[in-house]
Design a protein around this ligand. Structure first.
Ligand code: FAD
Length: 421
């Protein structure tokens, strides 16, 4: 990660950044224009995953002085944002709040991509197919019509004609979103943090210790190195680590589950599995969803099972894929993508979802610490919404928006009953 001095080393803790109240010059606006204001505050954002990085960026664009801290690095290997690719789509059934957010976020992803050397967004299109006349389909179509989003409804025969690499057996209908596709996840977050630093944002490697939750405000955070960072406000966007930082406020309102992802090599020279020919896709499969991508940048054709795996600790869970998960994916692949039978496994990843009780995000104030905002609960679908989550978090911090009830801490249950897909 490059820092503001142009070096590739992490930005060291300087006296000014440790004490807070840094007043650096603001130059070279990247996405949007960085505002300069008289009332600049120093804000510390903890967690440089997709939610923290976009929050830091929006706060910076609003003219504030922002320090972004991460224990392991932006979109690191253990972070939920650390994968190769993430799907962006607007289809959300009845939950059209996310349709709007996905659309508004996509514009910001495209803007970031326009300023980066390598692709951030790949417009592969997204195909959702359903075995029954699922209300999710009708609700998604209605939301798409309201927002005038280009959408196509396919019969199984249309689907087979358009995407012959997918076997449509048992499919009732399919929804195709040509304007959406894949986000190159790790690259996207690292590009964003790079822009943030280039515009005089401070990025620090530091492991923030769990704060006392019973005080009226925080004032400063302590790193495991013993250093402290003072700031006017704090945003904790620590993904699956949020419950460890705030065992009282978060407790089991966010639960991390093990998720395994597999990539298979298509036959050499075969163009049918490239984006343009093959879309991003999800098989609703009676509620037991599988999803994947075409062969993006030669990593292989991606397959994953969306069902929540076992509960895990993001620090200690094994990152070695299980034979059982691989066998399950191969069985699905061979049925739905028969042209890939026998395709060799070329890569696998073990990650985690950080699930709220029903899948809604958390963007709310800490119940006691007046200067702390909590952002998280991406629940296996958060990545695409990073830009809008960051914008909403920044607006909430300064009272420009009020807490959206679905994103409030009060609506977060202590038990898991997934409702948002
Ligand atoms: C396999 C898989 C597939 C997915 N597919 C999709 C998809 O197709 N589409 C989609 O939209 N979403 C998808 N998601 C969900 C999405 O990736 C996540 O919701 C999102 O990345 C969460 O981002 P985050 O910033 O909240 O958390 P993270 O990315 O986990 O970031 C949290 C950061 O906080 C840091 N941190 C934690 N504790 C501390 C501390 N004490 N001090 C300092 N730093 C700390 C960590 O190091 C980490 O970098 C998927 C997730 C997974 C795992």
């Amino acid at each position: 990660m490059r820092n503001g001095t142009g070096s590739d080393m992490p930005v060291p803790l300087t006296r000014r950044s440790v004490l807070g109240g840094v007043a650096g010059a603001v130059t070279a606006p990247a996405i949007g224009r960085v505002a300069t204001r008289g009332s600049r505050l120093h804000i510390a954002v903890i967690g440089a995953g997709v939610f923290g990085a976009w929050t830091a960026r929006h706060l910076q664009l609003a003219g504030h002085n922002v320090t972004l801290v991460d224990a392991r690095g932006p979109a690191n290997n253990r972070a939920s944002s650390g994968g190769e690719s993430r799907m962006t789509r607007a289809a959300y059934g009845k939950d059209s709040i996310y349709t709007r957010m996905a659309l508004d976020s996509l514009a910001q992803w495209k803007e970031l991509g326009a300023r980066s050397g390598l692709p951030i967004f790949i417009p592969a299109g997204v195909l959702f197919f359903f075995p029954t006349d699922d209300p999710y389909l009708a609700d998604s179509l209605a939301a798409h019509r309201r927002l005038k989003l280009p959408t196509e409804l396919f019969s199984p025969a249309d689907m087979a004609r358009r995407f012959p690499m997918i076997d449509p057996s048992g499919v009732h209908a399919a929804l195709y979103e040509p304007g959406f596709g894949a986000l190159m996840a790790r690259r996207a977050v690292q590009t964003l943090v790079h822009k943030f630093v280039a515009d005089q944002g401070q990025y620090l490697v530091g492991d923030v210790a769990p704060p006392r939750e019973d005080a009226a405000s925080l004032g400063s955070i302590r790193l495991s190195s013993g250093e402290t960072i003072a700031a006017d406000r704090f945003v904790f966007a620590a993904g699956p680590w949020l419950p460890k930082l705030f065992p009282q406020a978060i407790s089991r309102r966010i639960v991390a589950t093990r998720q395994e992802v597999f990539f298979f090599a298509p036959p050499p020279g075969d163009r049918r599995f490239l984006s343009g020919a093959m879309p991003g896709w999800a098989d609703f499969n009676g509620g037991d969803i599988y999803y994947g991508f075409p062969d993006l940048e030669g990593r292989g054709v991606k397959f994953a099972h969306d069902a929540h795996g076992v509960e895990v600790d993001p620090d200690t869970q094994s990152r070695i894929p299980t034979e059982a998960a691989l066998a399950e994916i191969v069985a699905f692949r061979d049925r739905r993508f028969p042209l890939l039978r026998g395709a060799p496994l070329v890569e696998s990843r073990v990650c985690q979802y950080e699930n709220s009780g029903n899948g809604d995000f958390l963007i709310d104030h800490h119940p006691h610490l007046a200067d702390v905002l909590l952002v998280g609960g991406g629940s296996g679908h958060g990545f695409k919404h990073g830009p809008e989550v960051g914008r909403k978090a920044a607006a909430l911090l300064f009272g420009r928006e009020s807490v959206e009830s679905r994103f409030s801490l009060a609506t977060k249950a202590l038990t898991q009953r997934r409702a948002v897909h």
